[in-house]
Design a protein around this ligand. Structure first.
Ligand SMILES: NC(=O)c1ccc[n+]([C@@H]2O[C@H](COP(=O)([O-])OP(=O)(O)OC[C@H]3O[C@@H](n4cnc5c(N)ncnc54)[C@H](OP(=O)(O)O)[C@@H]3O)[C@@H](O)[C@H]2O)c1
Length: 324
């Protein structure tokens, strides 16, 4: 199969490209930077306008759009605009390229986010009955993020691509071993005694193990009855307090310093990552995947954390042998 991956140079693109399920295919990555890769063919694009790259859509089987400016920033007006433009414009121009292709891809998988759902603690959001949008008393900047994700999905659905099945993946945080990625940050916090409750620790964390992320995408490709939004996260989200407690236990950390809301807001400002990412309750379950009987390798955070930590230790040993 020929699979075109706009934005495939990032952490999720690299994860897919080196996985057993995807590396045998003809992978074409659209990148603004022209980075080189041995695993995939790189094609330049600007993420905004049609160009030579659009020919890659003709005859491709699948498009998996991963492009978007990293959310690891402060949500200032300027950054919010960049976050939104990089997602909405890239999605719109992919739609145009698919529309003009003589032989368009049969499937377009578009990244989206669990941030589309309301900040809630009472019940999980699924694709059918979940509450989309704003909830009362949330910071204005959180409302902007909800609107951004709504616009992102709208760019997918409003593209006139009649022969292409469309799926919007509302993904929870993908737990992989990328340095500087979510698991790496949580692990460091735990090992250094900083992984305690944040603002009371009741906000829910929707997460997915990297292997389930890959397998679930493969599952979506194979199940051609699935269209529309798909929540991509474990069936068992946990509270932030529980999440860190489990990780501390896994790594053998005796305690984790708790942090109040204002401490998180202040430190977020200094490290340049918005506090929305740690304070908003993302209470989400993957109804579509469960109804279609996708079998999770790591449904529970305790087993996922153990596996990731074991892999992290092997990688660390391997890296230190390489450097000696
Ligand atoms: N990782 C997660 O846990 C997670 C969870 C939910 C949703 N998502 C979403 O899934 C997508 C992929 O995630 P990721 O972790 O792989 O992200 P990533 O590591 O930040 O990679 C995204 C890629 O998007 C491209 N990009 C950056 N700025 C762009 C812009 N202004 N215009 C067009 N393309 C741009 C970059 O490729 P080039 O520089 O090569 O062009 C970059 O490598 C993102 O949209 C992210 O928000 C990720």
């Amino acid at each position: 199969m020929k699979i075109v991956i706009p934005g495939g140079t990032g952490s999720l693109g690299r994860l897919l490209a080196k996985s057993d399920l995807f590396r045998e295919h003809d992978l074409v990555v659209l990148s603004r930077g022209g980075r080189r890769s041995n695993q995939v063919r790189m094609v330049p694009w600007d993420g905004q306008t049609l160009g030579e790259w659009a020919r890659e859509m003709d005859g491709a089987d699948i498009v998996i759009n991963l492009s978007g400016q990293s959310v690891k920033c402060l949500y200032t007006d300027k950054n919010l605009k960049t976050l939104k433009d990089s997602r909405v414009k890239s999605t719109q121009v992919i739609g145009q390229a698919i529309r003009q292709a003589k032989k368009p891809p049969t499937l377009w998988i578009q990244m989206s986010s669990t941030a589309i759902y309301t900040h809630r603690f009472d019940a999980p959001n699924d694709e059918e009955s979940g509450q989309i949008g704003e909830s009362p008393n949330i910071p204005v900047v959180w409302k902007h993020i909800v609107q951004l994700v709504k616009d992102w999905e709208e760019a997918l659905y409003s593209s006139q691509t009649d022969h292409t099945r469309k799926i919007a993946i509302r993904s929870g945080v993908v737990m992989d071993l990328t340095p500087g990625g979510a698991f790496d940050i949580f692990l460091k916090l735990s090992r250094f005694g900083l992984g305690g409750n944040i603002a009371g620790g009741k906000q829910m964390v929707s997460w997915i193990h990297k292997s389930d992320f890959i397998n679930a995408i493969h599952f979506l490709i194979q199940n051609n009855t699935i269209t529309g939004p798909v929540n991509m996260c474990s069936p068992y989200p946990v509270s932030q307090g529980e999440f860190m407690k489990t990780l501390r236990k896994t790594v053998g950390a005796k305690w984790g310093l708790p942090a109040t809301k204002w401490m998180i807001e202040l430190s977020s400002y200094f490290i340049g990552i918005d506090s929305e990412l740690s304070l908003k309750s993302r209470y989400v379950i993957p109804k579509v995947l469960m109804d279609k009987q996708y079998s999770f390798l790591f449904p529970e955070w305790s087993s996922a954390a153990k596996d990731l930590y074991a892999q992290w230790k092997v990688k660390k040993d391997h890296d230190s042998h390489k450097n000696t």
